[in-house]
Design a protein around this ligand. Structure first.
Ligand SMILES: NC(=O)c1ccc[n+]([C@@H]2O[C@H](COP(=O)([O-])OP(=O)(O)OC[C@H]3O[C@@H](n4cnc5c(N)ncnc54)[C@H](OP(=O)(O)O)[C@@H]3O)[C@@H](O)[C@H]2O)c1
Length: 313
């Protein structure tokens, strides 16, 4: 039976650290601020919005809400982003997706300055990850004192997307070897699958990316030393699709009709074969929120270093 990759426990540790860094910044006159932008009233986005507001409150980050009606025009939204870019009180912005279909989401995302793109979705952040310019953040080992190097890294202007960064942090935390291993990722979205594959490459894994058009999915997944599923399809990964001893990371979130939350993986069947597995809930989700808080505090630290005398941190 597999051991659990406990995301909640790791998220608690990250949040404790963030809380200390937030209060250190406060003592240096910097109030850490996160903007939360929501268009319309999508229930899943509302839920994530509330969770993030609560998480900010617990660590002392000031959350500023930017709510727009579903009828918002492109110009109004872009003006909102320009105002956030100029607002010194906001160190990062979380844009809840999806935006209404008539809004060009890529244009909105790319209007945000990379320094505040704490979910790493803008083209500059994506490019820097692809060019290995921001991967210094995932090459460092947890527990080593490289914080100043993180802050001063050449990619000081961009961030790694929170969910895939959280997956890597979870694997690092449980000392899962990545170098030379075969990582199979299902899903190629810009928010999860694609950046996760880049991060595994940066950690020198051999990477296979699968998607809807992949033929013989099981023959791919059975090769995985580390299998990550990010599709939003409940029950996609069955027990017979996993190699004995594999590490299985379930990024998927699916709400069943009875109101329970489940991932992409048939947990009970796969746990019998895997060596380590994430539960849903309690796996990747809490780490994603913790990484968002960590990226926000990094942004505030960088802004402090760039715009004032160096902080004693
Ligand atoms: N835990 C967290 O913190 C967290 C954070 C973000 C997202 N999520 C969850 O992760 C899941 C993925 O999110 P996302 O934003 O990446 O979603 P997305 O943009 O809809 O992408 C889903 C990906 O899965 C692929 N896919 C869908 N059905 C498939 C199938 N039957 N076989 C193989 N591939 C399939 C799609 O392939 P094509 O590209 O070919 O269509 C696509 O690349 C969702 O359940 C989401 O709620 C969780």
């Amino acid at each position: 039976m597999a051991d659990i990759l406990d995301g909640k426990a790791l998220a608690d540790r990250i949040r404790q650290k963030v809380k200390k860094e937030v209060s250190l910044l406060q003592r240096n006159g910097i109030d850490v601020g996160l903007g939360l932008l929501l268009v319309g009233d999508n229930p899943a986005s509302e839920q994530y919005f509330k969770t993030t507001l609560g998480a900010c409150r617990k660590v002392g980050i000031t959350a500023r809400e930017f709510r727009f009606p579903v009828t918002v025009s492109m110009n109004e939204l872009l003006n909102g982003i320009h105002a956030i870019n100029r607002d010194e009180r906001i160190h990062g912005l979380l844009m809840l997706m999806p935006l209404p279909a008539r809004i060009n989401a890529r244009r909105v995302i790319n209007t945000l300055v990379p320094e505040k793109d704490i979910d790493g979705l803008g083209s500059i952040s994506v490019g820097r990850l692809s060019a290995d310019e921001s991967t210094i953040q995932i090459i460092r080992q947890e527990g080593t004192n490289t914080r100043n190097r993180d802050i001063l890294s050449p990619a000081a202007g961009s961030f790694l997307p929170c969910t895939p960064f959280g997956v890597i942090r979870l694997l690092e935390h449980y000392k899962v070897p990545i170098k030379g291993k075969h990582a199979v990722i299902i899903g190629k979205s810009l928010a999860v699958g694609k950046p996760l594959s880049m991060m595994f490459l940066a950690k020198e894994a051999t990477v296979t990316i699968c998607h809807r058009e992949t033929r013989h999915l099981g023959s791919m997944t059975r090769q995985a030393d580390i299998l990550c599923s990010a599709t939003g399809k409940a029950g996609l990964i069955r027990g017979d699709m996993v190699k004995k001893g594999a590490v299985v990371v379930d990024v998927g979130i699916n709400m069943l009709q009875d109101g329970t939350m489940t991932g992409d993986v048939d947990f009970s069947a796969v746990a019998k074969k895997a060596s380590l597995i994430t539960p849903v809930p309690g796996g990747v989700g809490p780490v994603t929120v913790a990484m968002l808080l960590e990226n926000t505090v990094r942004s505030a630290q960088r802004a402090g270093m760039l715009h004032s005398s160096p902080l004693r941190i």
